[in-house]
Write a protein that binds this ligand. Sequence first.
Ligand SMILES: Cc1ncc(COP(=O)(O)O)c(C=O)c1O
Length: 366
Amino acid sequence: MPQSLVGRMLDDLDTPALCIDLDRLQSNIQAIAGLCQKNGIAWRPHAKGHKCPAIAHEQLRAGAIGATCAKLGEAEVLAQNGVHDLLVANLVVGERKWERAAALTRWADPIITIDHFVQAEGLSRTCEARGTRIRVVIEVDIGLDRVGVQPGRDTLQLAQAIDKLPGLKLAGVMGYEGHLLKLPDVAEKDRKIREAIATLVSCKDLLTKSGLNCEIVSCGGTGSMFHTVACPGITEIQAGGGIFMDGMYSDKCGVTDLDFAMSVYATVVSRPRKGKAYLDLGRKSISMELGPARILGYPGAEVRAMSAEHCEVLLDEQSENLKIGDRVRVLVGYHDWTVVLHDTFFGLRGDRIETVWPILARGAMQ
Ligand SMILES: Cc1ncc(COP(=O)(O)O)c(C=O)c1O
């Protein structure tokens, strides 16, 4: 049982193991909560990257208003574990899912995302039949070109149609500026994010001028939040993964103000020749698809390639002394696709295992 490792030391862990530096996690949580507070907006952190009720509660204690989820199943797991205000920032389609969404209103206060009348009508029918009412937000395409209704007239028409449906309560709009995270020019990134968010806020203005309720304007991710928080008219941000930090945020999105809190603890299993080592990691235990992985304490070692269970590291002079059996901490390239490979977070205070958190919503993809 992983819980029996509480109180033991890092070296007692077998590898690979997903580790969280609790001091850094808590300082990142405080930093994002403080950023929101300073800008007078709420924080509804995305839980897709941690899938862990214990971490959601750490965020709530720091002032988060609830959580954002990518899937209804994630919301159900968080609700079962006492998180109440849950935005499912994704489209929910089909009778089974509408039944589950309606059922979720009995023990939490979910918000479901809509970008077409078909989803609204189905959800409305089910909620009315079950004698309940559910909050909905309209997802607006603010340039990401993924899902979402077009801003302006299309958004207003959908809102007016939703407003007439029983069983639904129109709560606002959401959009994600995910297409702007990686712009290298900071001034251009700032300008484009402001424009995209202004489009979202213009939808809110349109709705409220037409007498429709729109108390929520939700947007923002870790790769954009330092710009997004200052945009007038938004009410909350969804930034989630910044609590862990990773290679994508640092190297691709230019995020500098957060600390790397997540690593995968690994063992050197082979030194086939000078300048090269293999770790017992691979695509089944860590993701570096969207950003680089790095070895803590060995800045000159390059994590070069991965297959399922092998991680090739090119060594420089300083790391050449790594030998078979040595343990290292590998900072992850992309936290989101790493967490889903594990059952458990090992929370470390220094080198001591202070807590073991099950990743309860792992696999909750329906
Ligand atoms: C709807 C939505 N909101 C916010 C985010 C940002 O999440 P994070 O802050 O974890 O990068 C994403 C990322 O994919 C998203 O899809």
